[in-house]
Design a protein around this ligand. Structure first.
Ligand code: PMP
Length: 364
């Protein structure tokens, strides 16, 4: 295997085994994965650690969820529940739907998406442009039968040759990350990863990557600390910190696609091995979003910047010299009419969370 050594500060890290730059991908699905691992220079210098972000926004559908979308569709094909010309139905905050809509177009399936009507207009427009039948529904709790997931399941059950891909509880989602994202991170760091942290929606990314890194480290007599990062309005931080007590959901966050009110089957596959949880307020996520743009030239969504805040916090916990990996889930393009709008930031009480020298980026 060809591994190219990098400069002093990242000594020991390697290029991915198959570099996107030189490989030919077979269609849309062949282009999913093998994303770069980006060293965030200013934050690495600030913490004395290597802070590395997995550039999932470089997937062909623009987010980490392309991987899960491919795996849940393949799973349905393999089980025979999805046949040529069939319909894929899913409940999603958007990114899984976008991934599914791309994969459906590339494989000739119809795609129906139920989504909470609180999500950004950019995601709804994009889904429609990708040919999906988008059905925005009121954002109600999972316990309510009108929740977007239950509506998706019922619709799939009501029409022939349709499958509800069930991203929250279908562990083909976790398998995507156990078989691809985790191994890529291990290979890109040559196994020199001390900590991994990310937020969860379905929990597939955290569970799959954490399990792979933990198992690899154990084989080599090493330890990786896997942490969960949580936005306001999610119950998982208090669930983990209290040793397993589920509380009512309350409050909300500007982040989209993350935060949970329950332990999904995907998260459940690994939550018992998670080292701890970090609660990240929106003020810190939005400030980091603007800092990453200003200092690193990275235009990222708010779950990515929340993840980076958590990586910095974990670096401080583990001490200098460590390598911490997180996920850069998607780009800001999907949310820009919100995240770069002064009126929107003001409506969320977040205008002043952006330092004076970064206010120039608020252009809408
Ligand atoms: N970030 C964004 C922007 C997302 O849309 C999602 C998935 N909804 C996640 C992070 C979380 O990924 P996962 O579902 O694997 O926990």
């Amino acid at each position: 295997m060809y591994l190219r050594r990098l400069a002093a500060s990242t000594r020991g890290f390697a290029r991915p085994a198959s570099s996107r730059a030189y490989a030919t991908a077979n269609g849309f699905t062949g282009a999913i994965g093998n994303t770069p691992l980006i060293r965030l220079r200013s934050l690495s210098e600030e913490t004395g650690c290597n802070i590395l972000g997995k550039a999932e926004f470089q997937n062909p559908g623009g987010s980490v969820k392309d991987r899960a979308a491919l795996y849940v569709i393949r799973d349905a094909e393999e089980k025979g529940s999805l046949k040529p010309g069939g319909t894929v139905v899913e409940g999603t905050a958007g990114n899984t739907g976008i991934g599914l809509a791309h994969v459906c177009r590339s494989k000739g399936y119809k795609c129906v998406i139920y989504m909470p009507n609180t999500q950004s207009p950019e995601k709804i427009d994009l889904l429609r442009m990708l040919g999906a039948d988008v059905r925005p529904v009121p954002a109600v709790a999972f316990e309510n039968p009108e929740n977007y997931n239950h509506q998706a399941r019922r619709y799939a059950e009501s029409i022939p040759n349709a499958v509800w891909t069930n991203q929250f509880d279908n562990t083909a989602n976790t398998r995507a990350h156990y078989e691809t994202t985790g191994p890529e991170i291990w290979s890109q760091t040559n196994g020199a990863v001390d900590g991994f942290v990310c937020s969860t929606g379905t929990g597939g990314t955290l569970a799959g990557v954490a399990r792979y890194l933990r198992e690899q480290a154990e084989k080599e007599g090493k330890k990786v600390e896997n942490w969960l990062a949580d936005p306001p309005g999610s119950v998982l931080y208090s669930y983990i910190s209290s040793g397993g007590k589920l509380t009512e959901r309350s409050g909300g966050s500007i982040t989209e696609g993350i935060g949970q009110g329950r332990v999904t089957d995907n998260l459940g596959t690994e939550i018992g091995n998670i080292s701890g949880a970090l609660h990240i307020p929106d003020e810190r996520s939005i400030e980091m979003l603007y800092r990453l743009l200003d200092e690193e030239g990275l235009y990222l969504g708010a779950s990515s910047s929340l993840n980076v805040v958590a990586a910095v916090d974990l670096a401080k916990k583990l001490g200098p010299g460590k390598t911490i990996v997180t996920i850069l889930c998607d780009g800001a393009y999907r949310y820009q009419t919100r995240l770069f709008s002064r009126a929107w930031l003001r409506s969320k009480g977040l205008e002043n969370a952006i330092p004076q020298n970064l206010q120039k980026y608020i252009v809408l």
